[in-house]
Each structure stands twice: as C-alpha cells, then as structure tokens.
Write a protein that binds this ligand. Structure first.
Ligand code: PLP
Length: 325
C-alpha cells in the first residue's frame, strides 16, 4: 500500500528509569512523540496513508473532526499546510474556545475551523461533515473526509508499520517485548498494532488503555470495525485481538484526577519525557500502576507507545496541575 513520507520514522525506543519506584520489569518507551514537531504524535503515521489517498483522488480540500484540542486535527492541519491541501476542521467546543494549544496551531496552519456542540456531534457528526463536503464540492473543490482520529482501516496501517519497526528494533537491541501498551482513543493505533501482531504471528500481548470509552465499546465496536476494514483492504482474514483496560479513564475524557496529575508531574520530572493530561498521562499512569500491581510478574520487557500530545496542555489544564503546589 502506497504512503507519503511525512513522519520521522523509525522512532527510537528508550528504557525509562523512575527514581521513586523500583519497577519489577523493564519499561521501554517508543518515542512516537518524536515523529515531528508540528505533527508530533501518532496521527501522522495514519495521515501518511490518508493523505496519499487524498493525492491519489486529486483532492484539493480535507475535512476532519475531533475535540477542540484534538491532536489529530492539528496534525492534519499541519500536514495539509505542508502538502498544499486546504484543511477544514469540525471541532467540538464553544465558538469562543480559547485560541491556545492545538487550536492555536490549527489556526496558525491556516485551517478553516467550525465549531459544533457535543450533542450535535454525537447525534449527527457525519451528516454535518457530508453537508460541508457538498458545500465545498459545489464551489468546485474536491473534498476528502477523514474520520475522527484518522481511525479507519487505511489510516491504521500506519501502526502496522510501527509494529514492524518494533520487530526490527527488537533484533537490533537483542531483546523481546512481552507486551506492547498504547492509549486507546478512537482505537486506530491499537487496531494497527494488533493487526501487525496477527500478520507477523508474533504473539505479543497488545494492550490498549482507554482514556474515554468503556472497554466493551472498544472491544466489540471500534476494534472489530477497523480490523474488518484492514482485512478487506489487505485481502486477509486475520483474527485481530487486543486487551482493553478501562480502569484509568478516571473522570472522563480530558478530565484529570489529582493522582493522575501527581504521577504525571513525577514522571516528567524524572525522565524528561513530556506526557499530556488527556492521553499519555493517563495511559502511562495505568501502565506503571499495572506493573506495580504485578500484572506482568512473569514478564521481562514492556513497551509503551508514546503517542504525543504535548500541545494538549491548555491553560485550564496547566492551572489544574500547578494549583497543587
Ligand atoms: C489520538 C491520540 C491517541 C489515541 O489514538 P487512537 O488511534 O485514536 O486510539 C493517543 N495519544 C495521543 C496523544 C493522541 O493524540
């Protein structure tokens, strides 16, 4: 399958040492936060395929959607700026959302932004995007809609590539990762890793830590839908399996608990690796908690995929963190 080259890959794998916790396994981090500066994070791997499709179809304009602070929206806006597509973003949030973090970068990249309420988004997001496409196409544009998180079958092949990188890096490093842990949001990253695991028959444990949805929604809806699209695109019939942990959702999407923030701050100050409060902070908190609770007692090496998110820090979230001094 053809793809653009937009990300700095392969991303490095580093072992993490925490000074305040003696971890019974080796914890490694794959630095997908280093896929690029403006495009930092996991979405650019999916966009390499999705924007190739846009080029192949002769698209001029791209529409995508997400939360107001969406990393996917920002990565899309930046990649579109680089490639010459006009980017249109349908973001969940109020009209007067502060221009900070990812939203600022969306605007800096020249994206055309429209806002939608959570209720409308839940009820008729696809209709709204289709109507927007019709509007643009009516003006002579050729518009491609990219789904939330870039998480369709095609985009998720970006994480099959990531999985293949991991297999090469294991050989170079002379070690084997027993489990690969990632954030599960729209579940494209998880699906891609799980598909890669099945395709290469490598029998690793693939684990997604949910930051919003209950585990059954990811296991029974999101993952099977993406996996069946991947099987169809590739002409395979693989059983795509992953474990989903939903014990670390906490107060819900983009809402932090004190213990998460405390952990996050300790982690960053002991490693120099930036975590974000929405995705990687929760998932790393979950990963280290599971390690300390003995989940991988018999295992040796755990790999966490750092999926980016540094621009997710809004002034509200920064205040929530710093108030704790
Ligand atoms: C989008 C995102 C995720 C979740 O990836 P999905 O493929 O949507 O599950 C994780 N971490 C960060 C920083 C993200 O932006």
């Amino acid at each position: 399958m053809k793809k653009l080259s937009l990300a700095n890959t392969p991303t490095r794998i580093e072992q993490v040492q925490l000074m305040d916790a003696d971890l019974p396994v080796n914890l490694f981090v794959k630095r997908d936060d280093m896929t690029g500066v403006s495009v930092t994070g996991n979405k650019i791997r999916k966009l390499e395929y999705l924007l190739q499709q846009a080029l192949d179809e002769g698209a001029t304009d791209i529409i995508t959607t997400g939360a107001v602070g969406s990393n996917h929206a920002r990565a899309t806006a930046m990649a579109c700026a680089r490639l010459g597509f006009q980017c249109h973003l349908l973001l969940v949030g109020p009209e007067d959302a502060p221009d900070e973090g990812n939203l600022f970068l969306d605007r800096l990249a020249g994206a055309d932004v429209r806002f939608i309420s959570q209720e409308e988004y839940d009820a008729r997001r696809d209709e709204v995007m289709n109507a927007w496409k019709e509007e643009l196409d009516g003006e002579g544009k050729n518009t491609l809609i990219i789904p939330v998180g870039g998480s369709n079958g095609l985009g998720s092949f970006g994480y099959v590539d990531c999985f293949d990188e991991i297999l090469v890096q294991e050989k170079d490093m002379g070690i084997t990762f027993d489990a690969v842990v990632c954030v599960a949001g729209s579940a494209g990253m998880l699906a891609g890793l799980a598909y890669g695991n099945a395709l290469r028959e490598s029998k690793k444990e693939i684990i997604g830590i949910s930051v919003a949805a209950p585990a059954f929604v990811i296991e029974e809806k999101l993952l099977p839908r993406i996996a069946s699209e991947m099987n169809e695109l590739k002409g395979t019939n693989l059983a795509v399996e992953a474990t989903v942990i939903d014990d670390y959702v906490g107060r819900g999407y983009a809402l932090s608990r004190e213990e998460e923030l405390e952990f996050l701050w300790d982690f960053v100050s002991q490693t120099g690796i930036i975590l974000d409060p929405v995705y990687t902070g929760k998932a790393m908190y979950g990963t280290v908690s599971e390690i300390l609770n003995g989940r991988w007692e018999e295992k040796e090496n755990i790999l966490f995929i750092h999926s980016g998110g540094a621009f997710g820090w809004t002034s509200e979230q920064i205040r929530a963190l710093l108030r704790k001094e």
